[in-house]
Design a protein around this ligand. Structure first.
Ligand code: GRF
Length: 217
């Protein structure tokens, strides 16, 4: 059997997407989360990681140059043989040395349909508040490759979620998050399968993970 692809997850917050990746791992056997890196010590994602016996630590970016942070990240990632990085609520830019070393091997999940409602400052409830303020009828989740900017990398997969009359940022966030937890493990599987086979991933087909249920209301 092909060995699992070593994955690092970067997080800044609660880590429910990290949890979804951890929960899916045994069934998948395609990837293994070998490292969880946070930029702040109070990120609950660190606890989730340690609760399943994963190595989890902080690499602070505060008052440090991109080059310095990049060197530290690359050293740690290489020490653990990391092949794919999944950002899961990680709020910092990825240093360019890391982007270059992991070209099309870094994924992020964003709680809207990019390129709408993305970019600097568009995170958490701000995204859902902006969707509601614009009167958008459909939002969703996007998984994309990561480059040096916020939310601009090539889109890998999207899952639409209907905006319902009466939604507020909280109810919308909850429905989008539910979709994120299904989408992200499926896309990480998809990309890691290609990495294990030494090729670029085929286009990701959303229908393979039950598109219809996205539109239950
Ligand atoms: C998610 O909505 C994700 O799309 C965004 O940040 C949030 C992280 O949530 N990038 P969690 O920490 O995974 O619970």
């Amino acid at each position: 059997m092909t060995p699992s692809v070593p994955v690092a997850v970067f997080a800044s917050g609660g880590g429910t997407n990290l949890q979804a990746l951890l929960d899916h791992e045994d069934a998948s056997k395609i990837y293994r989360v070998v490292a969880v890196i946070a930029d702040r010590p109070d990120a609950a994602a660190l606890e989730r990681a340690r609760a399943t016996g994963r190595d989890a630590w902080v690499i602070s970016v505060k008052d440090r140059s991109q080059d310095e942070v990049g060197d530290e990240l690359l050293q740690d990632l290489r020490d653990r043989g990391v092949q794919v990085i999944a950002l899961a609520g990680y709020l910092k830019l990825i240093p360019s040395a890391v982007v270059a070393a992991y070209k099309r091997r870094i994924l992020n999940i964003h709680p809207a349909l990019l390129p709408a409602f993305g970019g600097k400052g568009m995170y958490g409830q701000r995204v859902h508040r902006a969707v509601l303020a614009e009167g958008a009828k459909v939002t969703g989740a996007t998984v994309h490759y990561v480059d040096e900017e916020y939310d601009t990398g090539t889109i890998v997969a999207q899952w639409p979620v209907r905006v319902l009359a009466g939604d507020d940022a909280e109810t919308l966030a909850a429905r989008v998050l539910e979709v994120e937890h299904r989408l992200y493990p499926a896309v990480v599987d998809h990309v890691c399968t290609a990495v294990a086979e030494g090729r670029d991933p085929d286009p990701f087909i959303l229908a393979s993970i039950d598109f219809e249920s996205a539109f239950q209301d």
